[in-house]
Write a protein that binds this ligand. Structure first.
Ligand code: CP3
Length: 357
């Protein structure tokens, strides 16, 4: 990987709590169905996996939001479920239905068959990272990502999304030994997967613990955070002469903030239920924060969007020894008008510059 000069390092510096002239912004799911150009490329690719498995298409859709908006980071276009797909579970995205596995992991025999996949099966992801880095040409940094061991286990056991997590919680309470075995394998697979993304050129990495918040207190620590910590501990933290920051995002994890902040990560992603000032007080600025606008605020019209953006920035307050990366508290809705994103990005840049004088 030729280390092209990074022209905008405000995102990376904020994650490391270094001084920057304004608050950087990117959005979870910034490449996606709210953009007509994404829908056009997806139609050409034929399916979500057709898109994700073709490095040229994946690069094309990764760059689409950056052509429209003045975003401070790019995120690899892929999915957290590529890892269980490589384990042989048979991932399919049925139109309008969300992800589904043909061979979910439910019995003792299913668990005995499960293994860390050969990373060669995920070559298409690492190739996409290489193509995207070349095409970005140092414009902004590229974020790599994976699901947390617990969050991908939810899909592996349920076989699809779930409202009540009945199947995985049946395993958790009835056969915790089986679930721990799955989580061990997921942690090792996720570690190898993220390190290969870093080797291919990812300049920061993020772990999505989207469903950590459905666990009881005490069990979150055992079944989610312990395995997240294991992944974080094994990550390569330097590449191309720069530190590779790690972001951990647990949706619904506000009550465990101190423990998440102590997992070894550089930054914690927050959903919109957490007050940023309180988050800073509770952690003493030992980590940076990423978040945390309610994605639905983007439906309120230009003046509401700008007011809500200022509210988030003002809640964080003077940056001081802290670090703030502006983001939504979860992925952008597919129904968001693209113009709403332009208003948001402009207000975050303008207002944060005025705050930093
Ligand atoms: O953020 C980005 O722009 C990068 C790409 C990205 C996708 N998925 C693309 C995608 C990322 C970072 C993800 C992560 C992901 N995937 C998570 C964690 C983040 C979160 O939202 O909590 C989860 C839980 C998944 C699993 C997943 N993938 C679901 C539940 C779905 C269907 C629901 C939906 O929003 O459609 C997907 C499909 C998916 N992944 C789409 C995109 C753009 C939509 C698929 C399509 O084009 O049909």
């Amino acid at each position: 990987m030729s280390a092209s000069v990074l022209k905008n390092d405000v995102f990376l510096r904020s994650l490391l709590r270094e001084p920057v002239p304004y608050t950087p912004i990117w959005l979870m799911r910034q490449a996606g169905r709210y953009l007509p150009e994404y829908r056009a490329t997806r139609a050409r690719a034929g399916s979500f996996m057709g898109l994700a498995q073709n490095p040229d298409y994946a690069a094309e859709v990764t760059l689409q939001p950056l052509e429209r908006f003045d975003l401070d980071a790019a995120i690899l276009f892929s999915d957290i479920l590529t890892v269980p797909h490589a384990m042989g579970l048979g991932l399919d995205f049925a139109e309008g239905e969300g992800p589904r596995f043909a061979r979910p992991v439910r019995t003792e025999e299913d668990v005995a068959r499960l293994a860390v996949p050969d990373m060669d099966k995920l070559r298409y992801v690492f190739d996409a990272v290489g193509v995207i880095r070349r095409e970005l040409d140092g414009k902004v940094p590229l974020i790599g990502f994976a699901g947390s061991p617990w969050t991908i286990a939810c899909y592996m056991v349920e076989g699809q999304g779930s409202d009540d997590y009945r199947l995985i919680k049946t395993m958790l309470y009835g056969r915790p030994d089986l679930l721990h075995r799955i989580l061990e394998i997921n942690a090792e697979a996720t570690l190898q997967y993220l390190n290969a993304q870093i080797d291919a050129g990812a300049q920061a990495v993020m772990l999505f613990d989207s469903w950590g918040g459905v666990l009881a207190d005490g069990l979150f620590q055992q079944f989610s955070l312990a395995y997240t910590r294991k992944v974080v501990a094994g990550l390569k933290r330097e590449n191309e002469g720069r530190r590779v920051p790690v972001i951990v995002f647990t949706k619904g994890g506000g009550q465990w903030l101190e423990e998440i902040a102590a997992c070894g990560c550089d930054a914690v992603g927050l959903d919109w239920t957490v007050d940023l000032a309180a988050a800073r007080r509770r952690t003493g600025d030992a980590v940076a924060f990423q978040g945390n606008l309610d994605p639905m605020a983007l439906f309120g019209g230009a003046s509401a969007i700008r007011a809500e953006a200022r509210r988030v920035l003002d809640a964080f307050g003077p940056v001081g020894k802290g670090g703030h990366v502006f983001n939504l508290g979860h992925g952008i809705s597919r129904f968001t008008p693209p113009e709403a994103v332009a208003e948001l990005v402009d207000e975050v840049h303008q207002h944060s510059r005025s705050l930093r004088g």
